[in-house]
Design a protein around this ligand. Structure first.
Ligand code: 1CP
Length: 343
C-alpha cells in the first residue's frame, strides 16, 4: 500500500484527515508565482519552459505541504498543438484561431503529431516526478473535449458557450468530428504525461454544465468514458478524476457511467447533497466555495469544517469547488490547511 494519502483516497480508503490540494494552487495569489511568471515573460512562455513550470508547480507544495501537485500547464496547449494559434490578451484572457467547419476539423494536425509542440510539458513532468516530495501525488491533466472545443469554436472564453452550441446544433457531423479529434489527441497527450511520471489524471470539463439531456451524455459522458477506458487499458490501475463542472444532477452516476475513480464537485451543490448522491458510489473531490479564500476568518473555518464533516464517512479529497482566484489571501490558505489537519 502506498503512503501517498491522495492515492489511498482514490482507491476508496476513508482517511481520518482528507488529503488536500487546490485547483489553481500555483497561481497569481502567490507572490512567488508572480515573480517566476515575470521571469518567464508571459504565461505561455512559463508553460513551455520546463524549469520554470516545474518551479511554479513546486511553490505551493513548499509553502503549504499540499498532498498533491498538479502539472503547471493549460488546457489550451492541446488545441495549440493541434495547429491553432493561441495567445493571451493582457487582462482579458485566452484568444485562439477558430474551427467552425468540417474543413477546419480536417485541417487539424493528427493525434500523433502533437508531441513536438508539447515536448516541454512532458519534460516538466519528468522534472517534477524527480523533485516532488515522496508523499506528494503528481496529477497530470487535460481539458475535456467539450470544454476545449468551446474555445476552439469561439476563439475565446464565453459565459454561455453560445458559439459551440450553435455549431453543435447546426452541423452535428462536423461538431462530432471535432469532439472525436480532440478526444483522440487527449488520449495521446495524457498518455505521454503518464509515461513522464504523472500518477493520476484529472479531466477538466469546466463548461459541462451547459450541456443538457442527450448532449450531456454524448459530449460530456461519452468522451470521458472513452478517454478513461483507453488510459486504463494502457496504464492499468491509473486513477482518473473527472470534473464535469456544474453538472448538477449529471454528477449522479457519473463515475459509474465513465469509469472514473473520483468525481470532482463544484460548489453549486451542497457537500451534504454530494455525499448522499455521488460519494455513495466512491471517492469525491471538493467542494469549498473559493470565495472563502478571499474573505477568510471564522466563516472560512466553519465552512471548511462543514465540508470535511459532510464527506467524512466516505473517500474524500478536499478541494475548492473551482480554482483559487488571484484575489485570494495566501494566509487564508494557511488557515484552511490548519483547519483541515487539526481535524
Ligand atoms: O496570468 C496568468 O498567470 C494566467 C492564469 C492561468 C493559470 C495560472 C491560466 C490562463 N491558466 C493557468 C494554469 C492552469 N489552467 C492549470 C494548472 C495550474 C493549477 O491548477 O495549479 C490548470 C489545471 C488550468 C486549467 C484550465 N485552463 C481550465 C480548466 C479549469 C478551470 O479553471 O475551469 C480552463 C477553463 C482554462 C482556460 C484558461 N486558462 C487561463 C485562463 C484565464 C483561462 C480561463 C478563460 C475563461 O474564463 O474562459
Amino acid at each position: 500500500m502506498t503512503d501517498k494519502t491522495m492515492l489511498r483516497a482514490l482507491k476508496g480508503e476513508v482517511l481520518p484527515t482528507p488529503p488536500v490540494w487546490l485547483m489553481r494552487q500555483a497561481g497569481r495569489y502567490l507572490p512567488e508565482y508572480r515573480a517566476t511568471r515575470a521571469q518567464a515573460g508571459d504565461f505561455l512562455s512559463l508553460c513551455y519552459t520546463p524549469d520554470l513550470a516545474a518551479e511554479v508547480t513546486l511553490q505551493p507544495i513548499r509553502r503549504y505541504g499540499f498532498d498533491a501537485a498538479i502539472l503547471f500547464a493549460d488546457i489550451l496547449l492541446l488545441p495549440q498543438a493541434l495547429g491553432l494559434d493561441l495567445w493571451f490578451e493582457t487582462g482579458e484572457g485566452p484568444r485562439m484561431s477558430t474551427v467552425t467547419s468540417m474543413e477546419g476539423v480536417k485541417a487539424l494536425k493528427g493525434k500523433d503529431d502533437i508531441h513536438d509542440k508539447l515536448a516541454p510539458v512532458y519534460e516538466t513532468c519528468k522534472i517534477l516526478s524527480r523533485e516532488l516530495p515522496k508523499e506528494t501525488t503528481f496529477i497530470g491533466f487535460a481539458g475535456m473535449p467539450w470544454t476545449v472545443a468551446t474555445y476552439m469554436i469561439a476563439g475565446r472564453g464565453s459565459k454561455d458557450q453560445a458559439a459551440a452550441h450553435k455549431f453543435k446544433d447546426t452541423d452535428r457531423a462536423a461538431f462530432s468530428a471535432l469532439i472525436d479529434a480532440v478526444t483522440d489527441a487527449t488520449i495521446e497527450y495524457l498518455s505521454k504525461q503518464v509515461e513522464a511520471g504523472c500518477e493520476v489524471v484529472k479531466l477538466f470539463d469546466s463548461w459541462a454544465g451547459s450541456l443538457k439531456g442527450q448532449d450531456f451524455e454524448d459530449f460530456a459522458v461519452a468522451p470521458a468514458k472513452r478517454i478513461t477506458a483507453e488510459l486504463k487499458a494502457r496504464f492499468p490501475g491509473l486513477p482518473v478524476i473527472a470534473f464535469p463542472r456544474e453538472a448538477g444532477e449529471g454528477y449522479i452516476g457519473f463515475a459509474k457511467k465513465t469509469g472514473a475513480d473520483c468525481v470532482a464537485i463544484d460548489n453549486s451543490v451542497s457537500p451534504e447533497w454530494a455525499a448522499a448522491n455521488v460519494q455513495k458510489d466512491g471517492c469525491v473531490q471538493g467542494n469549498l466555495d473559493p470565495s472563502y479564500m478571499v474573505t477568510g476568518g471564522q466563516a472560512l473555518v466553519e465552512a471548511t469544517q462543514k465540508v470535511v464533516a459532510a464527506f467524512k464517512n466516505g473517500p474524500h479529497i478536499f478541494n475548492l469547488g473551482h480554482g483559487i482566484t488571484p484575489e485570494a489571501d495566501p494566509e487564508n490558505v494557511t488557515l484552511l490547511m490548519e483547519t483541515i489537519r487539526k481535524g
